[in-house]
Design a protein around this ligand. Structure first.
Ligand SMILES: [Zn+2]
Length: 472
């Protein structure tokens, strides 16, 4: 509507101008050398208008002819990039979907279309990995190291490859570099901590652990257990190097962090006892014992006593172990230790009582062996042994718990921060090496009554000891 009004106003003005020019005629003369033009004033105006319009049109045509190819090339380039990004996206989807053929194809396509290595290198590396071509993937990861924007990702790729190939030296080098260029990232410090620990660089591993703690890379509890593991190993190294003061300080730090950690408690108790601090040594064992009674704590309990009373007689050790039983009357490990002490003191009746109690609490192979040994020594005519063999035929002791690597499942002679078999860090657990095969769970009930376990007696589950020792 407004445009129409303007249009009519313009037309009106033009008509008014034409009428005014008709009413006020004039002329223009142009003289150039001996050439002369006379024309009416309106004709000159018309000629000027024609010249202006023609110039504008000519300029447009000229600029199209001259600038055209460049603009065309630009739009072609944009389309190429568009297709490149599309190929990149499809390649990433193919990697995620595990489609190795499509991943390689799109990686090549994206690489050709997009001249942007930071974007396509990762896709190419992943496609190569997917195709199982580790050599090619390695090449791409190494190219990524050359550019600051892809260096970190390249390091991660190479580190994964080094770990897969078991090259710990190379892996450690890569982890150090990654942790240096991105100090706040989590995976490099975690990798660094594990790799330093695997090499036995306990102090460096602890430094990496500090950084892992700062980045909250793992749950607090896990970080604390790792720290204790590293401190125990550092303390052990100090012991081996004769630095007993350092060893005690480190072991105490470990024990304070986690009083239930058995190797830390045993170590700190032993070192305190060696330093002459009997009370503190006993306290470390007691505190750990209250949380989790463990055979190694029981063993250390007796060992500490022997440090202060060299050549202690077996009967006194029995007394010492009675005190351990009193700490927690439900702890099977205390009865086992007490029973063993009684055996050494030749107190057979007492030994049998305690071992039977241990059996009712935890029917393990170790207790079974001790009971067998006891029966063998019981009497000269072999009656007790015969009886034991008869009664024990229906018993199925659980495998003894040992230190087992939770990563590879290999049992170890003792705890260590690094698994001797697979070099996993802080993987040792105290448990049965193999899952206990309970015959009662597999055999028909008619053949083996479930009540026969854990009670050693085959008939009277309420008084389990009676089956083994009917007379006592
Ligand atoms: Zn292992």
């Amino acid at each position: 509507m407004r445009r129409a009004v303007f249009f009519f106003i313009k037309i009106g003005l033009l008509i008014a101008l034409a009428i005014w020019l008709a009413r006020n005629p004039g002329s223009v003369s142009i003289q150039f050398q001996d050439w002369m033009v006379d024309m009416p004033f309106w004709a000159m105006l018309l000629a000027l208008a024609v010249i202006i319009v023609a110039s504008v049109v000519l300029y447009r045509v000229f600029s199209f002819v001259v600038g055209g190819p460049a603009a065309f090339a630009r739009s072609r380039q944009a389309a190429k990039r568009e297709r490149g990004y599309h190929a990149l996206t499809q390649g990433m989807v193919a990697v995620a979907a595990g489609d190795r053929e499509a991943a390689s194809r799109f990686a090549r396509k994206a690489d050709t279309l997009l001249n942007e290595p930071p974007l396509t290198l990762l896709l190419s590396a992943q496609a190569a990995q997917l195709a199982g071509d580790d050599m090619a993937a390695r090449k791409y990861f190494q190219s990524m190291l050359q550019r600051p924007e892809t260096e970190f990702l390249g390091l991660r790729g190479l580190l994964t490859q080094a770990l897969k190939g078991g090259d710990r030296t190379e892996a450690l080098k890569l982890a150090r570099r990654a942790a240096e260029i991105q100090p706040k990232a989590q995976w490099p410090v975690l990798a660094l901590m594990e790799l330093e620990a695997k090499e036995g660089h306990w102090k460096q591993a602890e430094e990496a652990l500090d950084r892992a703690t700062a980045t909250k890379a793992l749950p607090q509890e896990t970080l604390r257990r790792h720290r204790v593991a590293l401190l125990v190993e550092r303390a052990r190294t100090a012991v081996a190097e004769g630095r007993s003061k350092d060893a005690l300080a480190l072991a105490q730090r470990a024990n304070e962090q986690m009083p239930s950690h058995v190797p830390a408690a045993v170590l700190v108790a032993t070192l305190r006892a060696q330093a002459g601090n009997r009370k503190a040594a006993t306290r470390a064992i007691e505190e750990a014992w209250k949380i989790a009674p463990h055979p190694e704590l029981a063993e250390a309990w007796g060992r500490i006593e022997a440090i202060f009373r060299p050549g202690i007689d077996p009967a006194s050790l029995v007394k010492r172990y009675e005190a351990l039983v009193a700490l927690d009357p439900r702890a099977a490990a205390a009865y086992v230790a007490l029973g063993e002490a009684c055996l050494r003191a030749d107190l057979r009746d007492q030994a049998r009582t305690h071992l039977e109690k241990a059996w009712t609490l935890a029917p393990t192979q170790h207790v079974f062996r001790l009971l067998t040994e006891l029966a063998r020594h019981e009497d000269g005519d072999g009656e007790a042994m015969r009886e034991w063999l008869e009664r024990s035929a229906g018993l199925h002791p659980d495998p003894d718990p040992v230190w087992v690597c939770s990563a590879c499942g290999t049992p170890a002679a003792g705890w260590s921060a690094v698994c001797p078999s697979c070099r996993g860090f802080d993987t040792m657990e105290w448990r049965a090496a193999k899952p206990a095969l309970r015959l009662a769970d597999t055999a028909p009930a008619a053949i083996l009554p479930a009540a026969s376990r854990p009670a050693p007696a085959t008939t009277t589950p309420d008084t389990p000891a009676a089956g083994l020792a009917p007379e006592g």
